[in-house]
Structure formats: C-alpha cells, structure tokens
Design a protein around this ligand. Structure first.
Ligand code: AMP
Ligand code: MN
Ligand code: MN
Ligand code: MN
Length: 283
C-alpha cells in the first residue's frame, strides 16, 4: 500500500487542481493521499469526490501556517471538521494577512529594480483563496527575472531575502489545540527542514507532546537528509509519535518533490486513522 500524506493543489500553491492531483496520484501508483493545502479546506471535497470515482483514498488534511519564537513552523492537521468555526476563523485570519502583504512585497521588488505588478501576482495565483510568496515567484518567472520558484526564493523572497515581508501565523501551541478542538490529529510538517532544528528543539517537541498532545512528526520529507531522518525516527519512537513520510507535492511548483517521493508506512497510517477516530474526527 502506497501512502503519501502531504500534498498541495491549486487551491493553495500547488499547480494541479484537486481532481488533477488525484488523477496523478493514481498514475503514480498511490493508494492513499492526504490533501494538505495551506490554511484552507477548500479543495478537500472535490479531491474526495474524485478519489471515490477514481479509486484513490483521499484523507482530509490541512497545513497550517504557525510560528514559534517568531519563526515559521508548519502544522499538519488530519481529519479535522472542515466547518469548525474557531478553526475556520483562524484560517481566514492567516490567509487575509498572507495576502495583505503582497503590495508591500511588490513595492520592495520594484525598489530592487525588478519590474513586476500586483496584477501579475494575482494572475499567477489563478483565483487561489490565498495569495502567497509562491505566486510572487511565479510572477517573477513569467517576467523573466528568474528561471523558477527556487531561484525566486533564493535571491529575493526567502525569509532572509531582501523583498521578504513577515505576516501573521498562529502560535504553534494554539494551532495544535485548534486542530484538536476540530477533532483532528496534529503532526508537525518537516520539523527539521530548512533550519527548523533551531526553532523546534527536541526538548520543545517533547513538551508539545506532553502538554499539548501532539501526535506526530513528519520524518521522511524531501527537506530532511538521511541523518535528520534517523534522528527524527528515533525521537518519534521514544515519544510514541506517529512518524509519517510524504512528498509535499506542489505540482510543477516544486520540482524536487514528485508525488510519492516519500511514503508513510501502513502501520503508521493505521495509527493515524485510529487516533483521528479517537479525537472524533473524520478518517
Ligand atoms: P508564504 O506563506 O506566502 O510566506 O509562502 C510560503 C510558501 O512558500 C511555503 O508554503 C512553501 O511551499 C513555499 N516555499 C518556501 N520556500 C520555497 C522555495 N525555496 N522554493 C519554492 N517554494 C518555497
Ligand atoms: Mn507551499
Ligand atoms: Mn510546509
Ligand atoms: Mn506543504
């Protein structure tokens, strides 16, 4: 059984529609995917309907933009009630602020000598409910300023880049509690990818488990090297965590993350779904 628990559609910053994503999952030989768009459940119903038609199980998921100590952390929630009001209100807050900084970022890019407009960025987002940095990256590609999203981030818009503007994200502990209140299970996405180890120390992760009931960590992820995966695998075992594997697929938006690039073991998936049921969520 092939299981990939972290994917994005064009409803956030992936490039496939939810239906297109499910079709690609079938072609990649996957049996189960979770759709985990950033800060929205908007694609889940379509993906699940497509999954029923096509024969791929689609788990309802989300990747919440959270922060700890002023640094960005991503939290995966599985099986949440997609109509839970406090969670929806928080997601709206995140999305509004994510998009509200776009004029500032465009202005900074213009100040750095790059010709790009807010309309370019809107066109690149193709109606997605939240416009984010990947869409700016796409606009810079379309204008010929950079070759791909990676170059856009590396040169201009990464967190330490010259055109970066900070935005609101939910404090991590509150994000975990909200996922639980919505009946879902909380798994930290790529905890030690891209400098994450300075933000999420092992003792802090342990505290999240004992004080907030954190259920899991992503272990096999394209941003983790082999040593990191071993360390996280051992730590997760010690703390009794669900240890997942996934691609973090974004379509053509992230070329290094093909569907099924990493997989979740069936036993870990069974553990995840039984925890979702215990929380009262939809597995
Ligand atoms: P934002 O939420 O607007 O701050 O944008 C963050 C998103 O940018 C994340 O969800 C990632 O998917 C994406 N991202 C971050 N770094 C890179 C990169 N180097 N290349 C492509 N996408 C990236
Ligand atoms: Mn993304
Ligand atoms: Mn992420
Ligand atoms: Mn992701």
């Amino acid at each position: 059984m092939k299981i990939d628990l972290h994917t994005h559609s064009s409803v956030s910053d992936g490039t496939d529609t939810p239906t297109g994503l499910v079709m690609k999952a079938l072609n990649a030989g996957l049996d189960v995917i979770a759709l985990t768009d950033h800060d929205t459940f908007d694609g889940v119903a379509e993906a699940q309907e497509a999954g029923k038609r096509i024969g791929v199980r689609v788990v309802s998921g989300i990747e919440m933009s959270a922060e700890h100590g002023g640094r960005s952390v991503h939290l995966l929630g599985y099986g949440c009630d997609p109509f839970h009001r406090p969670l929806l209100e928080e997601l709206t807050h995140i999305r509004v602020d994510r998009t509200a900084r776009m004029p500032d970022m465009v202005q900074r890019l213009n100040g750095l000598g790059l010709e790009v407009t807010l309309e370019d960025v809107q066109a690149a987002a193709k109606g997605a409910p939240a416009i984010g940095r990947p869409h700016i990256a796409d606009a810079l590609v379309a204008r010929g300023h950079v070759a791909d999203r990676d170059e856009a981030f590396a040169r201009w818009i990464a967190e330490d880049g010259p055109a970066y503007v900070k935005r609101y994200a939910t404090p991590l502990e509150r994000a975990i509690d909200l996922v639980h209140e919505a009946g879902g299970v909380a798994v930290i996405a790529h905890p030690w990818g891209r400098g994450g180890r300075e933000v999420l120390s092992a003792p802090y992760i342990e505290r999240l488990v004992y004080e907030h009931g954190l259920e899991g960590i992503e272990v096999d992820h394209p941003d983790h090297d082999d040593d990191t995966r071993s360390l996280l695998f051992e730590m997760g075992a010690r703390l009794g965590l669900v240890r997942t594997g996934s691609s973090d697929y974004h379509g053509t938006g992230k070329k290094r993350n093909p569907l099924g690039a990493n997989l979740t073991r069936p036993s870990a998936f069974r553990d995840l779904t039984s925890r979702i049921k215990r929380r009262g969520g939809v597995a």
